[in-house]
Structures are given as structure tokens and as C-alpha cells.
Design a protein around this ligand. Structure first.
Ligand SMILES: Nc1ncnc2c1ncn2[C@@H]1O[C@H](COP(=O)(O)OP(=O)(O)OP(=O)(O)O)[C@@H](O)[C@H]1O
Ligand SMILES: [Mg+2]
Length: 260
């Protein structure tokens, strides 16, 4: 069921800078509509406001100007319908993997209805044998898979992913990209993913939003009309990669200082 799920309407976000009593424009006049069921990525250099935009969509941060709407209503706080996965897994270290998933279900008041499905989720993530293990007993890739299924288990309408695979080695990362696609295709939910990785964005997304830094703006939106699963070696893929890298060099600000 397609339809507009998220509307981002002329959002700007300013942060006070403690050092000089001035402000930093993290986002400037960002507008974007996201369709229900879409896989969309935000791609851009460090500091261009990707996480800030995602945190606004999660309801963790308020825009200074403009508004973001979810299902036609302004986003004013967090909601289990909008799940968030951070770059660093945020599993509770004192709970087992199964305990972490149960906790998420209880927090969103779905435990009674969904507890029987926990085993399926663990199976899907390839973690059945580790249900009773604690996060520190798992590898980084397994922890990240656990964090992903914990977020998915509460069936969010939209999953906001802030570089969910950023900390992983390239092989684990490619395997998890395939899993993400599988999960997305089987659940039919909306995915909004932040990434630095051009190949990851092309491999996963139907649309890529390229952002440019200081102030953070949308530089370009590129549609990737390739069917899934995608072939990283195909000529279409390579063409998109070349095109996007060109744009990003063009959009990139090589200076890392915050001089205005
Ligand atoms: N809470 C905050 N207080 C002050 N400044 C902030 C805050 N959060 C973000 N910023 C600033 O806003 C800008 C955008 O930050 P943001 O974290 O959104 O970037 P990003 O695109 O996610 O970068 P990265 O790719 O490095 O994660 C940066 O210049 C950052 O210093
Ligand atoms: Mg970030």
C-alpha cells in the first residue's frame, strides 16, 4: 500500500555553539517526502546533518524551522511505529539476546501478542543458538543482527537506520545488506538509512538522497530503478557509482573546521 508516510517540510536545524555564542546550521531548508514501503538512503560527507535529520524523524530532536509529519501528523516525540537503530548497537548488556527482544516487545506493549514469535526472529537473524547468550558473548556482526531484529520485532512502520552496518568488516557487512533486503521484502516496512558508503546506498536503496555539508542541504536525489537482488559488478551499478562519486566530490566540503 503505497502512499506518503513521511513529509519533511522546509526543515532547518540550528545548534548553539558553546564556544563562540553563535549558531551552527546543521540543516537548511530540507524538504523530502518518503513513500510507504520505500527503501531510501541519506548519503553524504561527515557533518552534513544526516543523523540530525534521522533524529528529527525519530522524534528525538525538534527542528528549529519547518516540520516533519508522519502519517499526516507532526512528529513531536518518539513512537514505536518509528524504530531507530544506531551505528553502535544499543543492546542492554545485562539482558540476554532473547531478553533484549522481550524487553522491546514489553516496552511497546506487544509482548502478549508477539512473544511466541521471538524464536522466529532469532531464527531469521541466525541467532537461535545464542538466545540465552549475553551481548558481550557475541561477535560484532551478531550483535548488530540482534539489534536489527530487536528493532524489527516490534513491527515498526518505518525503520530509521543510522549507519547500522558502519562498524562491521566488509564481508559481514555485505551479508547483512542481503539480510536487510530480505527483511524489508518480507516485512514491507519503510526503511530510511544513513550511510557514508556509496556502494551500500546503491545496493539497497530505491532512492538516494545526497546531502552536502555546512549548511546541510539536499544536493540531489537519485532513483535507482534496478531490481533486487542487485549485482555489484553490473554495468548499471558501476554507472551509478561513478555518477554519485562525481556528485559527491562536487558537493563535498574538504574543510573540517567550522569557520563561518
Ligand atoms: N547536539 C548537538 N549540539 C551541537 N551541534 C550539533 C549537535 N548535533 C549535531 N551537531 C552539529 O550538526 C552538524 C551535523 O551533525 P550530524 O551528526 O547530523 O552529521 P552527520 O551527517 O550525521 O555526520 P557523520 O556522518 O559524521 O555522522 C555537525 O556540524 C555537528 O557538529
Ligand atoms: Mg551521523
Amino acid at each position: 500500500m503505497a502512499g506518503r508516510l513521511i513529509e519533511i517540510d522546509a526543515i532547518s536545524k540550528l545548534f548553539a555553539r558553546a564556544d563562540r555564542g553563535s549558531t551552527l546550521t546543521a540543516l537548511e531548508n530540507v524538504s523530502l517526502d518518503i513513500e510507504s514501503g520505500e527503501f531510501i538512503s541519506l548519503l553524504g560527507a561527515s557533518g552534513c546533518g544526516k543523523s540530525t535529520l534521522l533524529r528529527i524523524l525519530a522524534g528525538l530532536e525538534k527542528p528549529t524551522m519547518g516540520a516533519a509529519k508522519f502519517n499526516g501528523e507532526e512528529i513531536t516525540g518518539t513512537d514505536p511505529k518509528r524504530g531507530l537503530v544506531f551505528q553502535e548497537h544499543t543492546l542492554f548488556p545485562w539482558l540476554t539476546i532473547k531478553g533484549n527482544i522481550s524487553f522491546a516487545l514489553k516496552a511497546s506493549k506487544k509482548y502478549a501478542d508477539e512473544r511466541s514469535k521471538i524464536a522466529d526472529w532469532l531464527e531469521l537473524a541466525g541467532l537461535s543458538d545464542f538466545a540465552n547468550s549475553y551481548p558481550h558473548q557475541l561477535s560484532g556482526g551478531m550483535r548488530q543482527r540482534a539489534a536489527l531484529v530487536r528493532a524489527l520485532a516490534v513491527s515498526p512502520d518505518v525503520l530509521l537506520l543510522d549507519e547500522p552496518l558502519g562498524a562491521l568488516d566488509s564481508f559481514t557487512r555485505m551479508n547483512l545488506q542481503d539480510e536487510l533486503i530480505r527483511l524489508w521484502e518480507s516485512r514491507g516496512n519503510t526503511m530510511v538509512m544513513v550511510t557514508h558508503d556509496v556502494d551500500e546506498a546503491i545496493y539497497l536503496s530505491q532512492r538516494i538522497v545526497i546531502m552536502s555539508p555546512r549548511p546541510g542541504r539536499i544536493a540531489e536525489i537519485i532513483e535507482i530503478p534496478m531490481s533486487y537482488p542487485r549485482n555489484r559488478g553490473s554495468s548499471d551499478f558501476t554507472e551509478f557509482r561513478t555518477r554519485i562519486l562525481k556528485m559527491m566530490d562536487f558537493a563535498k566540503d574538504p574543510q573540517e573546521d567550522y569557520t563561518i
